[in-house]
Write a protein that binds this ligand. Structure first.
Ligand code: G6P
Ligand code: MG
Length: 225
């Protein structure tokens, strides 16, 4: 196989927290009198907490000072944590653990690449703290997606050539970041939204090693092996 490592986004790929992020932002925007829709929320996927707030304030045409912004971001996170703290291994999305097992048995490394600063807490709630060879998250990365830093960092931590990494992401910003990193990208969600990805699936339950090998072949990587 060409692939040596798979890097997974967390929110929207391993666990369906995207709706909790949305509900927490929605509560904030409702309080502030900003009209914020599910479509607007698409722009926030994969984007860091503060960058998300900046996008929201842009939508509402509001300008705030840094201390004010920090206060609002903290409030949103407090509401978000109320949801997260109720999560358990039962919330891991279908097919995730099976696919990770298949990768592990075939000696393919596994990393996490997320913008979330709540990654350690979330992995603990899911009982997945020990499932990754490397974790790059919002606590260790400076530049938010679509910057490729988070994926490059994960590859670096594993010592794997970036071209031999496959990224699984649910957000437009994540697809862009993976492609900038020179990695194969598999989008999780809608074709119409993630059309730049090399392949789009509905969830990890649709994924297995045979499909990955077929994708490598379609992209012409077999000739390098
Ligand atoms: C993920 C989500 C974003 C979220 C970001 C930061 O990338 O897709 O919607 O804004 O993480 O999350 P945090 O948990 O640090 O607020
Ligand atoms: Mg995501």
């Amino acid at each position: 196989m060409w692939t040596r490592a798979c890097i997974f986004d967390l929110d929207g790929v391993i666990v369906d927290t995207a709706r909790y992020h949305y509900l927490a932002w929605k509560r904030l925007t409702d309080d502030m009198g900003i009209v914020f829709t599910g479509k607007d929320n698409e722009q926030l996927k994969g984007v860091s907490r503060m960058a998300s707030l900046d996008i929201i304030l842009g939508i509402g045409g509001k300008k705030l000072s840094l201390p004010e912004k920090k206060e609002l971001a903290a409030l949103k996170n407090k509401w978000y944590l109320d949801y997260i703290n109720r999560m358990s291994p039962a919330d891991i999305l279908p097919g995730t653990l099976q696919f990770l097992n298949e990768l592990r048995h075939n000696h393919i490394k596994i990393a996490l690449g997320s913008a979330s600063r709540n990654t350690p807490l979330l992995l603990k709630r899911l009982g997945m703290q020990n499932d990754f060879d490397a974790i790059a998250d919002g606590n260790t990365v400076e530049n938010t997606k679509p910057d490729p830093e988070v994926f490059l960092k994960a590859a670096g931590m594993m010592g794997i050539d970036t071209a031999r990494c496959v990224v699984f992401v649910d957000a437009v910003a994540g697809v862009e970041a993976a492609l900038k990193a020179g990695m194969i990208c598999i989008g999780i969600g809608e074709h119409s939204v993630l059309n730049d990805a090399h392949m789009v699936i509905s969830g990890l339950y649709e994924m297995d090693l045979d499909k990955l090998i077929a994708l490598e072949k379609r992209l012409g990587y077999e000739k390098f092996i």
